[in-house]
Write a protein that binds this ligand. Sequence first.
Ligand SMILES: Nc1ncnc2c1ncn2[C@@H]1O[C@H](COP(=O)(O)OP(=O)(O)OC[C@H]2O[C@@H]([n+]3cccc(C(=O)O)c3)[C@H](O)[C@@H]2O)[C@@H](O)[C@H]1O
Ligand SMILES: Nc1ncnc2c1ncn2[C@@H]1O[C@H](COP(=O)(O)OP(=O)(O)OP(=O)(O)O)[C@@H](O)[C@H]1O
Ligand SMILES: [Mg+2]
Length: 279
Amino acid sequence: MTEPLPADVQREIARALGVVPVPDPAKEAERRVEFLVGQVRATGARSLVLGISGGVDSTTAGRLCQLAVERLRAEGHQVTFTAMRLPCGVQADEADAQLALGFIRADEVLTVDVKPATDGALAALKAAGLTYGDQGHEDFVGGNVKARQRMVVQYAAAGAKGGLVVGTDHAAEAAVGFFTKFGDGAADVMPLSGLTKRQVRAVAEALGAPAELVKKVPTADLEDLAPGRPDEDALGVSYDALDDFLEGMPVSEEVFRTVLGHYRRTEHKRNLPVVPPVV
Ligand SMILES: Nc1ncnc2c1ncn2[C@@H]1O[C@H](COP(=O)(O)OP(=O)(O)OC[C@H]2O[C@@H]([n+]3cccc(C(=O)O)c3)[C@H](O)[C@@H]2O)[C@@H](O)[C@H]1O
Ligand SMILES: Nc1ncnc2c1ncn2[C@@H]1O[C@H](COP(=O)(O)OP(=O)(O)OP(=O)(O)O)[C@@H](O)[C@H]1O
Ligand SMILES: [Mg+2]
């Protein structure tokens, strides 16, 4: 069988992830505010809950949430947006998180330090006898525990408030599975879905986000041994190249292979858990 052409593979992946051109980022922002409004109306939710890190994704999604709840309140719905600051101890780019909060102007900000819960779980696992390959491996697994502790507290807040947890996953992260399964990958609504990273930045700019945040270098910031490590460093491909891939532009063979490799390896993260076939 002949291999499909790279352009056809790119088109198929972009289609699966819902990537479309965004000629007018302001209209796109509006469409996504309306999506959130519709989801709140349909579910009867009384709040939206989202962690604000100081990165461009949560800055953008956070502002969309606040605009959505203000629109709903104008229609008479009792609904609020809770922005959550979820540092793990002291966050190096705390100033960016504060800048994001100043822009978003959320109804409420809840701050929870996820360090005690993260350290407690890891210490208990160690006491139970769990071991890791090496220090780097331990740090990597611990990073995912941190991301899942953020999920735990966001769902606790949503449970207390009758709310929906908002996720910030978009097409560039989804394509390479660059999120923690059931950590930041766990959410009820994902208003940035289908956007490439540059489209997220364009929507952020259209919303009036501070330029420092629009242009900020993306970081998962999960590893203690490599604080603030740029995503692009971990992924081995730049977001520009990844966006080119998703937007159907020509990419180098190396980029093509890297993205396709990540896409195939992380298929399980974009699907529900695997179950036995029905007989
Ligand atoms: N084939 C398969 N079918 C079904 N399930 C499979 C599987 N392979 C692994 N799994 C399961 O998945 C687990 C691995 O997935 P996971 O725990 O997510 O771990 P993993 O994908 O190894 O790591 C998460 C990556 O996402 C990055 N991240 C996380 C959070 C936020 C951001 C960000 O950009 O902000 C980035 C993080 O830096 C790291 O590189 C395995 O331990 C196993 O339980
Ligand atoms: N320190 C934090 N405080 C609150 N929420 C966080 C924190 N770190 C991560 N999150 C949540 O996890 C999500 C995933 O992180 P991710 O790094 O992909 O997004 P971001 O930081 O908003 O943008 P970028 O990818 O450009 O860094 C964030 O959007 C946010 O909702
Ligand atoms: Mg980040």
